[in-house]
Design a protein around this ligand. Structure first.
Ligand code: DGL
Length: 264
């Protein structure tokens, strides 16, 4: 198992925020990343459709002989995690639990949660946070326009700042102390979000806590790759691999190896 790769999928490039955190913590690990760009967005789709797409993605990664699958998509984690955990014989982890755990840490009483329409409608964050700390006050807001703005690369743009204000200033008025970025596209908007709502509201990005979970699973199973033996990561996209590459490089602020087209 040690030499096998970590499989990561998202509906698009947003999951690269999780990829980046994984590589920072475990640079020796090989990652196979799939962005289902042909069917993005997931955040506006039904539970059944999201589960079906997630299953296709997971089976593709299983074909690449990965040792663990990280669902680097909140919409998919909201609906498909238990299903994939039942179906697959390797560990599968999502981004919701790690995000919720980070949200309840500390003394905050009022937490904001933002995500796609699918993620917010699922109520998964609310349920997970309430199970961890029933005292917590939660204010949720779907922000469907954030994903297209990020996919357009408008990270520092007046239109993006206006949209952020529309969605998030009402949450600030309600007194939120932390804001869970419940969509893997949102961490690249951190600077713009803090610029609009203020640095005092802590932004929670589940990429780092998800990485901690992967690290502890691989360590406890003894499946960590030997350091020193590096092999190149693989990136796949179900449509427009060139566009994935271009926006992905803006996301990561570095060059990516060639992104390959795939269909299933
Ligand atoms: N990556 C998705 C998520 O975290 C957002 C993009 C989409 O709607 O597909 O929910």
């Amino acid at each position: 198992m040690n030499q096998k790769a970590i499989g990561v999928f998202d509906s698009g490039i947003g999951g690269l925020t999780v990829y980046q955190a994984l590589k920072k913590k475990m640079p020796q690990e090989k990652v196979v990343y799939l962005g289902d760009t042909a069917r993005l967005p997931y955040g506006t789709k039904s539970a059944e459709t999201i589960i079906r797409y997630s299953e296709d993605n997971a089976f593709f990664l299983m074909g690449k002989k990965v040792k663990i699958i990280v669902i680097a998509c909140n919409s998919s984690s909201s609906y498909a995690l238990p299903h994939l955990q039942d179906k697959l014989d390797i560990p599968v982890i999502g981004v919701i639990n790690p995000g919720a755990e980070a949200a309840v840490r500390g003394n905050s009483k009022i937490i904001g949660i933002i995500g796609t329409t699918a993620t917010i409608n699922s109520g998964t964050y609310e349920k997970t946070i309430a199970a961890l700390n029933p005292e917590m006050d939660i204010v949720s807001q779907a922000c469907p326009l954030f994903v297209p703005l990020v996919e357009e690369g408008w990270l520092d743009h007046q239109v993006t700042r206006m949209v952020i204000g529309e969605y998030l200033l009402p949450l600030k008025k309600k007194g939120i102390e932390k804001l869970v970025l419940g969509c893997t596209h949102y961490p690249v908007l951190k600077k713009a979000i803090s610029g609009v709502i203020g640095e005092e509201i802590e932004l929670i990005d589940s990429a780092r806590t998800t990485t901690e979970k992967v690290f502890s699973i691989l360590t406890s199973l003894g499946w960590m790759r030997n350091s020193g033996k590096r092999s190149q990561d693989e990136f796949y996209a179900t449509d427009f691999p060139e566009r994935f590459q271009k926006i992905g490089e803006i996301f990561l602020r570095r060059k990516l190896v060639k992104v390959q087209a795939v269909s299933f």
